[in-house]
Each structure stands twice: as C-alpha cells, then as structure tokens.
Design a binder for this molecule. Structure first.
Ligand SMILES: CC(C)(COP(=O)(O)OP(=O)(O)OC[C@H]1O[C@@H](n2cnc3c(N)ncnc32)[C@H](O)[C@@H]1OP(=O)(O)O)[C@@H](O)C(=O)NCCC(=O)NCCS
Length: 199
C-alpha cells in the first residue's frame, strides 16, 4: 500500500470511486463529464488543493481524499482556472439537469454561519473503493491529508457531512478527532454537520 499525491491520470478512477461511494450527492447527479472536469481542475490546481491517493502495490487506486487549502473563495478559483469548460458543461446541464444546477449554485458557498470566516483548510471528498472499506485505509488517507495540511502550515481542517442516517461516517470522523463546528441545512432541506479539527 502506498500514499502519494493524486495526478491528472488518476481522474477517471477518482470519478469511478466517487460515483460508487457518493450516490445521491448533488455533485454526483451532475454526471460523469462534470465530475471529471471538477476533479481534474482541483488536481491541477496544486497550490490551492490537497489531493492524496492511496494505492495498492500494483498501483491501482483504492481511495482518495481531496480538499482546499483555504475554503473561502476556493470554488471561484477552481471555476476561473477552467472557466470555458465549466461554462460549456453549465450550458449543457441547464438544459439536461436544471434542478441539479440550481442546487449546485445554491450550495456553492458552503460558509453557512456568520462567525465562519472560511479561513481554514477543507476536506471536500474522501472515499474508499466499495470493496476496500473497513480495512483501515480511510484512516490512513485522512491522516495523510492532515499531514499535507500541516506541511503547508495549515492549522484547522473542516469538513461537511450528513447529519441524518450517517452514524458510521460520523463515528469515523469523531474517532479521528473531529468535533462539531456547527450544524446547518443545505438547499433544499438537507441537515448537515460541519466538523473541525485543529492539527
Ligand atoms: C468513510 C470512509 C472514508 C471510511 O473509510 P474506511 O477505510 O472504511 O474506514 P477505516 O477502516 O479506516 O476506519 C477507521 C476507523 O473508523 C471506524 N469506522 C469506519 N467506518 C465506520 C462505520 N461505518 N461505523 C463505525 N465506525 C466506523 C473504524 O471502526 C475505525 O476505527 P478504529 O480506528 O478504532 O479501528 C469510507 O467508508 C467511505 O469511503 N465511505 C463512503 C464515502 C463517504 O461517505 N465519505 C465521507 C463523506 S463526508
């Protein structure tokens, strides 16, 4: 098992793991083309992104964690970095999945509390391939993400996760030392936790 930075060549596998592990999430509903552009833009933007993969000995990707070095303004930076391609996909989605686009726009700014300044690192996705869960890889991956944050001198890490029907994932984060920062509701009516950890 190996840990290393995600490369652009990992995008297809990252999207495959995302689609298997995040079914029903609003980003997933935007489809494969969107997800490929989304993850490729993040992985390319190395200065603003922490992107770590866990690989088997044969180099196949078992899971990934990816997030921003600074939550505030991150999506704008990603959008700008590939503006033309996001516009094209946006136009396509307006016609094919209008509700998903509305949901995306309403949820893009994830800072949901006045006292939340967004000046912290944010874990945006962590996923382990369905057949590899429960083997300790998620823990290793989360620690690798945190180490990378520490290397960049980032002290606080946050993440968002579902409030309801999510006991397993909540237990996973709490075991790793994450605490409830606050609760909020996303559009249209999904209750979420924002967790935080100081590293
Ligand atoms: C959440 C996820 C990343 C955890 O990865 P994993 O490899 O299955 O977890 P690990 O085996 O490393 O478990 C680490 C610890 O968390 C605990 N844990 C993990 N899943 C758990 C569950 N469902 N219920 C209770 N505890 C759990 C383990 O018992 C372990 O505890 P220990 O350190 O005391 O042994 C993985 O299950 C996953 O990809 N889930 C789907 C995607 C997802 O929901 N991501 C989070 C979105 S916010």
């Amino acid at each position: 098992m190996k840990i290393r930075q995600l490369e652009i060549s990992d995008v297809d596998k990252v999207v495959e793991i995302h689609q298997n592990t995040f079914s029903g999430f609003f980003l997933t509903e935007l489809g494969t083309r969107f997800l490929k552009l989304y993850y490729a833009s993040m992985i390319k933007n190395k200065a603003s992104t922490i992107a770590v993969g866990i690989y088997a000995d044969d180099d196949s990707l078992l899971g990934f964690s990816i997030g921003s070095t600074q939550s505030k303004g991150y999506y704008k930076r990603i959008l700008k970095s590939n503006f033309f391609k996001f516009c094209l996909i946006g136009i396509y989605l307006v016609f094919t999945k209008p509700m998903a686009i509305i949901r995306l726009m309403k949820n893009m700014d994830k800072v949901k509390k006045e006292s939340d300044d967004g000046l912290y690192c944010e874990l945006l996705s962590i996923g382990i391939s369905a057949d590899q869960k429960g083997k300790g890889y998620g823990k290793v991956l989360l620690e690798a993400f945190e180490k990378e944050a520490e290397k960049r001198n980032l002290k606080k890490i946050t993440l968002t996760t579902d409030y309801e029907n999510n006991d397993g994932v909540i237990a996973f984060y709490k075991k790793a030392g994450y605490e409830v920062f606050y609760e909020f509701t996303t559009y249209p009516n999904r209750k979420m936790y924002k967790f935080i950890k100081t590293v």
